[in-house]
Design a protein around this ligand. Structure first.
Ligand code: BDR
Ligand code: CA
Length: 304
């Protein structure tokens, strides 16, 4: 099993990613850290705790940043609803799993105490990860890889050229891309093709407890407009960990635009080497949608 830390802002697609990761026998989720993103920090933290209670999983949770490093917070409640996970009536969780340490200190401790290198899996804005790398650069020695959901080689989904997780905290994203750690960008190039349609969702409804819960969340995801497919962005980062064969990956240089008059938060993916910089990331440029769908359904079948 591969030890991982998931940094998340649940979020309906985060909920799906967490389900698959927590029930995978190949992953050992050592810690969940929360970050303000899809909705505010308090809400996303309660959502993480609701999910853990629902799944009956005891993974420690540490609260992270409630705002980006520099810019003003944005949210995505238009996509995920005002709670961040509209659509299902969860039991109210206790706070038993919440650590006293903040996300940065908890990640530091878990990474330094681990015998095997830890893989970080950020599926929200990168604020916590940037703070960790700046405050405790020694963690780099025991990080295997960062596999993040964010960015795009093309257009954006939060701005013309910017993907939400990068756009929400571009300065943090820049710090992460400049960290010199092995990094995998699982962005919109694959997220936009990792789709769930109404007929898939109907299968989830009767699959098991988790499938049914996710089915209900999907009724509210992006206002329930499912015909053109619901995008399973964050689940693609977990898919990369568990079934990398479904992706086409390119080694390249990536930087984050901070000062564009229209392009702030854009990931500048230098596929043709114009900038002459050494490669700093593996970028997922394509995905086999059929393989994804099969993996997605098979994975959720194990979530009971
Ligand atoms: C990302 O933005 C959020 O709304 C999703 O949870 C995902 O992490 C997709 O751009
Ligand atoms: Ca997310």
């Amino acid at each position: 099993t591969r030890p991982i830390i998931i940094d998340t802002d649940p979020g309906i697609d985060d909920a799906v990613a967490l389900a698959i990761a927590l029930f995978s026998e190949k992953l050992d989720v050592r810690l969940i850290t929360t970050v303000g993103g899809n909705v505010g920090l308090d809400k996303v933290t309660i959502n993480a705790l609701r999910l853990l209670k629902f799944f009956n999983k005891n993974v420690p949770v540490a609260l992270g940043a409630d705002r980006p490093l520099i810019k003003e917070p944005i949210d995505a409640s238009d996509i995920h609803g005002s709670t961040g996970m509209d659509g299902f009536d969860f039991e109210e969780p206790t706070e038993d799993l919440v650590l006293k340490e903040n996300a940065v200190n908890a990640m530091y401790r878990v990474i330094m105490d681990s015998k095997e290198p830890i893989t970080l899996v950020p599926i929200g804005p990168l604020t916590n990860i940037a703070l960790l790398l700046k405050m405790y650069p020694e963690v780099k020695e025991n990080i295997a890889e960062i596999v993040l959901m964010g960015g795009s080689t093309g257009r954006g989904n939060a701005g013309v050229m910017a993907e939400f997780n990068i756009y929400a905290d571009p300065e943090a994203a820049k710090i992460v891309f400049q960290s010199n750690l092995p990094l995998v960008m699982v962005g919109l190039d694959v997220g936009l093709k990792a789709l769930v349609y109404p007929e898939d969702s109907e299968q989830l409804k009767v699959m098991n407890q988790t499938g049914n819960m996710i089915y209900q969340l999907f009724q509210k995801y992006r206002g329930g407009s499912m015909k053109t497919g619901l995008k399973m962005y964050d689940a693609t980062a977990i898919a990369y960990l568990l079934k990398p064969e479904m992706f086409q990956v390119v080694d390249t240089f990536v930087d984050v635009e901070l000062n564009g008059s229209m392009t702030t938060g854009c990931t500048v993916v230098d596929l043709k080497g114009y900038l002459g910089k050494p490669n700093n990331a593996k970028v997922c440029v394509d995905i086999d949608p059929q393989m994804f769908k099969q993996w997605f359904m098979d994975s959720l079948k194990k979530c009971n």
